[in-house]
Design a protein around this ligand. Structure first.
Ligand SMILES: Nc1nc2c(ncn2[C@@H]2O[C@H](COP(=O)(O)OP(=O)(O)OP(=O)(O)O)[C@@H](O)[C@H]2O)c(=O)[nH]1
Ligand SMILES: [Mg+2]
Length: 404
């Protein structure tokens, strides 16, 4: 009934991945999957919850490595599977709590791009797991909560675990019929002939989940695919111009950053100081917007932006134009380079400010599309060339414009 047809090892690509590429992979393929009738199901959860074991148990083969040590799965991997007449791509992911920020964002991009997410827990959800669930629910992602390792609990404890999902906040987030207890790789204790007690692997118990997937996918696969393709291609609201005093605040921060980078010859210090200045701008914008923004959230925002701006690159054409110092200037080449870098750094801060303000105004959400797609859309709505020209003019004669 369930046949493994292929294993695609994305871990090999891991080093080459950046956030935007991971996003393109999942959002670009949502439309393709709709055409092909291929449903993507992503497992998500903290390290060691039995995500890989669960997929192995579902497909009936040890496709993915599992183990007691933490962090066995390092990159996303997928296997194609057929469930009745529905073709399914099952995607295994690393534990969200044991990967760096960039990989975590890649995993999130995959999860938010998938048709269905299996959130794997192995007991009551902790704070981090509640955070993951809440983000999935807010994104409107169809999710099945899988309570794994049920063999480790006596029947009354199992009933208690399940009962927590029957009412209150958890029942509002997830329909209780979508909370499924399983044991993907159970063990039993057996007495040997010598009288010692040893752990023995027992057959997986994942039939209730398989049944639920059959029910969900054989009936709803076309709807899930169509809805997801629509959602992932949805446009973010257009970037709106901030009020004048906010624009002025963003501009001041951009010129300060441009000057700091232009006069500072030490590249590494530029990066650090630049990131601190951008972070400070975001936090000031949040205060003006009356929105609470933690330092961690600000960092996450800056990392997303950095991914989309291609590190320091921002974009070859913009980079080129920033070095094209206007005619009539007598600057020495190295001064021109410093000014070019300064203008670029200032532009990055300006973009952080403009997108940051919009993001804050939208209650720290990115709209219906993926963050990467939204950032690209918004970046396209700003005349970056004009901002650069203004910044270069400022750098040529800062006193005339005033060092505000
Ligand atoms: N008792 C019991 N152990 C399980 C069960 N499922 C998985 N395990 C064990 O839990 C450990 C982790 O399992 P994995 O499948 O590697 O967990 P994972 O979530 O993929 O872990 P990472 O890839 O490291 O994030 C392994 O030692 C498994 O044998 C289960 O149902 N019962
Ligand atoms: Mg794993």
């Amino acid at each position: 009934m369930a046949t493994v047809t292929a294993v695609q090892d994305w871990a090999a690509l891991k080093g080459a991945w950046c956030y935007a590429q991971a996003q393109a992979l999942s959002s670009g393929s949502a439309r393709q999957r709709l055409d092909q009738g291929l449903v993507q199901v992503v497992v998500l959860g903290l390290v060691g919850r039995g995500k890989s074991s669960l997929l192995n148990a579902l497909v009936g083969e040890p496709v993915f490595a599992t183990g007691a040590v933490h962090g066995v799965t390092q990159g996303a991997q997928a296997v194609q599977w057929s469930l009745g007449n529905v073709r399914v791509e099952l995607v295994d992911t690393p534990g969200l709590d044991e990967v760096g920020q960039t990989t975590a964002e890649q995993v999130w991009a995959l999860a938010l791009g998938a048709e269905l997410v299996l959130l794997v827990l192995s007991g009551d959800p902790n704070r981090e797991e509640l955070g993951i669930l809440s983000r999935l629910v807010r994104a409107g992602k169809p999710v099945i909560v899988v309570l794994n390792k049920m063999d480790q609990y006596p029947p009354d404890a199992q009933a208690l675990l399940l009962s927590r999902w029957q009412s209150g906040q958890l029942a509002r987030w997830v329909d209780p019929k979508d909370v499924i207890p399983v044991a993907a790789q159970p063990t039993t204790w057996q007495r040997t002939l010598q009288g010692t007690v040893v752990r023995q692997p027992a057959p997986p118990q994942v039939e209730p989940l398989r049944q639920r997937l059959v029910q969900e996918l054989t009936q709803l696969a076309p709807a899930l695919l169509a809805l997801n393709a629509l959602r992932t291609t949805a446009q973010a609201p257009p970037l709106s111009a901030p009020p004048a005093q906010i624009e002025a605040l963003i501009w001041r921060a951009s010129t300060r950053k441009a000057l700091a980078v232009a006069v500072n010859p030490v590249f590494g210090v530029d990066l650090l100081v630049g990131a601190l200045m951008d972070g400070a701008l975001l936090l000031r914008l949040a205060r003006r917007a009356g929105v609470s923004l933690s330092a961690g959230e600000a960092m996450q925002f800056l990392q997303l932006m950095a991914g989309s701006l291609g590190g320091l690159g921002i974009g070859a054409s913009v980079l080129k134009s920033s070095f094209a110092v206007g005619s009539g200037l007598t600057w020495l080449p190295y001064v021109a380079v410093a000014a070019g870098q300064g203008a670029l750094a200032g532009l990055a801060t300006y973009l952080v400010g403009r997108l940051g303000w919009q993001y804050l105004m939208q209650d720290k959400t990115w709209g219906p599309g993926s963050p990467a797609a939204t950032i690209q859309q918004w970046l396209g709505e700003i005349d970056q060339g004009a901002v650069l020209t203004r910044l270069r003019r400022y750098l040529h004669s800062p006193p005339a414009h005033g060092l505000q």
